[in-house]
Design a protein around this ligand. Structure first.
Ligand SMILES: Nc1nc2c(c(=O)[nH]1)N[C@H]1C(S)=C(S)[C@@H](COP(=O)(O)O)O[C@H]1N2
Ligand SMILES: [Mo]
Length: 351
């Protein structure tokens, strides 16, 4: 099935992170992947108010200045779109046709969500917290503001941020100016951009993006299970130099340092293995400490490249023992494809 114009339209708006940018600990803002369901909304920072209401003792309304006056929290956080790898499924679910590059790690700075909720006073009986953005659209036949619900137990984790800065500067419009939620460890859809309203609910959130969107299922009419934490994954900085089309990789013979990143929403990465023979045999890569508990690890692997054709691959295992599969795990929405990446290379003295 060829990529259609409707998918191209989405792909042209929502760009990935060029994989050579895996070299940076923190992805420069313009290289960070981007995913916008509807339009980038126009939010006036001077008139902006964040509403905190619902099942709380003290509803709140905060300006940006109020938020910036609160204790600052900052952390590098790896975000990945749940649809990363969708275009590699067969058949390909029709939506944003990501290959492998829907990932990035920015330094997010803002106010603690847990502290704000504590101040608002979550009442007994609360179960979910919903986060609504300023962007509006029609999706699956439902007109909606982009809104996601999160179980209360996740919302009061100490590491969730109401972020107003990305890499030390005010959020760019496309990444949620003036305020966004950042939920470390979860796929990106939970980190609501252009955040306007936080509602504490005494019943499960039943909005479209949780009930219909982002459900893992293998049958169209099944209810499925919610897509939540990022599965363990590793990616490689494309080695050598590309052929313009088809973007295959070319290398000279001799020693070369392969490098990349690995992450998991279930905790630290325990091991990265590299194969240079199309996933037949594996050898362990050197794994570095991540720049923060919710940021990717860098890995390196010394390879003495020999002339000929090779297929390189990297495979990560996280602290829970979860390992990247060799083949993708097909599902209706095209989510959570963490299959091992294959990188064909040609090694030659001359091309
Ligand atoms: N309000 C709003 N928040 C949103 C989205 C959106 O379309 N609207 N997209 C989500 C999805 S699917 C992802 S993967 C991340 C992407 O964040 P980024 O564009 O800053 O990389 O934002 C999430 N937050
Ligand atoms: Mo996403």
């Amino acid at each position: 099935m060829e990529i259609g114009l409707e998918e191209l339209q989405l792909a042209a708006r929502n760009h990935g992170m060029p994989l050579e940018a895996l070299r940076y600990d923190r992805t420069p803002a313009g290289l960070h992947y981007l995913l916008v369901h509807y339009d980038i909304p126009d939010v006036d920072a001077d008139r902006f108010r964040l509403i905190v209401d619902g099942h709380v003792e003290r509803p709140m309304e905060l300006t940006l200045a109020d938020l910036r006056e609160r204790p600052k929290v900052s952390a590098p956080v790896t975000l990945e779109c749940a649809g990363n790898g969708r275009a590699l499924y067969e058949p390909r679910p029709v939506s944003q046709p990501w290959l492998l590059e829907a990932v990035g790690t920015a330094e997010w700075t803002g106010a603690s969500l847990a502290a704000l909720l504590a101040e608002a006073g979550v009442r007994n009986g609360a179960v979910d917290v919903s986060f609504a953005g300023a962007d509006h659209g029609l999706e699956g036949g439902v007109e909606q503001d982009y809104e996601r619900g999160l179980p209360l137990a996740e919302a009061i984790r100490p590491d969730l941020l109401l972020a107003y800065d990305m890499n030390g500067h005010a959020l760019p419009p496309q990444h949620g100016f003036p305020l966004r939620l950042v939920v470390p460890g979860w796929y990106g859809m939970t980190s609501v951009k252009w955040l306007l309203r936080i509602r504490v609910l005494d019943r499960p959130f039943d909005g479209y993006q949780n009930e219909h969107g982002y459900r893992w299922k293998t049958e169209d009419d099944a209810a499925g299970t919610p897509v939540e934490r990022m599965r363990v994954r590793s990616l490689m900085v494309p080695p050598g130099f590309p052929t313009f089309l088809p973007r295959s990789r070319n290398l000279r013979p001799g020693p070369v340092t392969l490098q990349g990143r690995a992450w998991s929403g279930a905790g630290p990465v325990a091991r990265v293995e590299i194969s240079i023979d199309d996933a037949r045999t594996w050898a362990e890569a050197a794994l570095e400490q991540p720049p923060g508990p919710h940021a990717w690890h860098r890995w390196t692997f010394e390879w003495d490249a020999t002339p000929g054709d090779h297929v390189l691959a990297s495979r990560a295992t996280d602290a829970t023992g979860a390992e990247q599969p060799l083949r993708p795990d097909w599902n209706v929405g095209g989510y959570t494809n963490n299959a091992v990446q294959r990188v064909p290379v040609v090694v030659a003295g001359e091309f």
